[in-house]
Design a protein around this ligand. Structure first.
Ligand code: GH3
Ligand code: MG
Ligand code: MG
Length: 376
């Protein structure tokens, strides 16, 4: 930006005294600056700098100046304007392509292309003021318009840079708040957010969903035997097993120390098969220590429900099934037998009755307490 500003300022203020060749060389510096801005945009969006592209505009300009007839100033200036337009187009293309979700958030950056187009007018030699130019002459008013455009473009660019940086910071914070840094999976909060969207989508389509809760067996003893860092490696291994074993459409996350959960848009029967695959894959992961094989087993609770079943109810039921798996000897998959709350809620919703649920003795308060635990 500094080299662009310097070249434009020198060109504007002293082009009449610098001589034709030096003035044209200043334009080459301006094109280099355009290349730098385009490269900065590439690097900001995670691409490698393109050094040939950076100098290409300036080289093309020098080649044009040296080969064209000195009198063909209109053609020369058209080439110069074209070079600026190509850099601006490439720059804004990067901004559009790098837009994460909502393109409307970047409209100022894209609208700035309009201002960039005006910059190409700077190449028009009729706007170059002569020393004796009258203040109201067309050349002087052209220069005024050009100066205003330049200021707008410079201020707009600074605004756009701040906007892009702030957008990136917000995205980074939002990602950090929903991801588990150890495994790279969703954390409890991210999992709850992502699954609520899937549940809503599946409910609208009238399809069932299934929830799996995993708890690594005797994990404390792995930590005690091999140390905390080795325990962390086992957690990473398990997360890789889950991600690689489930389908790409399934959502999974680490929802506690050695507890994981998954939401599968499928029937309970398919969910049980998937849970069994994860259990088997983890058991067969073949971790060996100098003292012998390390037991890597997991207990899994599974709960499924018809379209519209609430996530918290599914989680609570899967958690109850998980406790059952632990009580039955670990390294096994247990299925929740009933979802009394979910069916009641669902029937009540579809019947349009907004009556509050009457608590019943026995099972319901326990499920409510577990659901509340998941809301934390
Ligand atoms: P169970 O089979 O009944 O599930 O027994 P367990 O030992 O797996 O369960 P327990 O709840 O007794 O122990 C869980 C352990 O997980 C205790 C805690 O130190 C460990 N842990 C929790 N978070 C982490 C972590 O991020 N890294 C490591 N290495 N250990 C963790
Ligand atoms: Mg546990
Ligand atoms: Mg455990």
């Amino acid at each position: 930006m500094c080299s662009a500003a310097a070249s434009v300022a020198l060109w504007t203020l002293a082009s009449n005294t610098l001589g034709e060749m030096l003035s044209l060389a200043l334009n080459a510096v301006g094109f280099l600056a355009c290349g730098m801005v385009w490269n900065a945009s590439r690097v900001f969006h995670g691409r490698k700098p393109n050094l040939p592209g950076l100098v290409l505009g300036a080289m093309a300009w020098i080649a044009a100046v040296m080969t064209l007839d000195p009198g063909a100033s209109a053609l020369r200036m058209t080439i110069g304007a074209g070079i600026v337009a190509i850099y601006c187009g490439a720059d804004r293309y990067r901004i559009v392509v790098g837009t994460p979700q909502n393109i409307t958030k970047r409209w100022p950056a894209i609208a700035d292309t309009g201002a960039a187009r005006f910059r190409t007018d700077a190449a028009d030699p009729t706007w170059r003021p002569a020393a004796t130019t009258a203040i109201c002459s067309p050349a002087a008013s052209g220069l005024t318009v050009f100066a205003i455009e330049l200021v707008l473009y410079a201020v707009g660019t600074v605004f756009v840079i701040f906007m892009l940086v702030s957008e990136r910071t917000v995205t980074a914070h939002r990602t950090a708040a929903s991801m588990d840094p150890l495994t790279g999976m969703f954390n409890r909060r991210g999992f709850a957010e992502a699954t609520s969207r899937v549940i809503e989508r599946e409910a609208n389509a009238g399809r069932p969903v299934t929830v799996l809760i995993f708890d690594i067996d005797h994990f404390k003893s792995i930590n005690d035997r091999f140390g905390h860092p080795a325990g962390d490696e086992i957690l990473k291994l398990f997360s890789a097993v889950v991600v690689n074993t489930l389908r790409i459409t399934d959502l999974s996350g680490r929802v506690g120390g050695e507890e994981f959960a998954a939401l599968l848009p499928c029937s309970l029967e398919e969910g049980v098969l998937a849970a069994e695959r994860v259990r088997e894959a983890f058991e067969c992961s073949g971790i060996v220590d100098e003292t012998g094989p390390v037991d890597t087993t997991v207990s899994i609770g599974v709960a499924g429900g018809p379209a519209g079943t609430e996530l918290e109810v599914l989680l609570a039921a899967a958690d109850t099934a998980l406790y059952q798996a632990k009580r039955s000897g670990r390294n096994r998959v247990e299925v929740a037998e009933e979802l009394p709350l979910s069916l009641e809620h669902w029937r009540r919703k579809t019947a349009g009755l907004a009556r509050p649920t009457q608590p019943q003795p026995g099972r319901q308060p326990r499920i409510r307490a577990e659901a509340a635990m998941w809301r934390r």
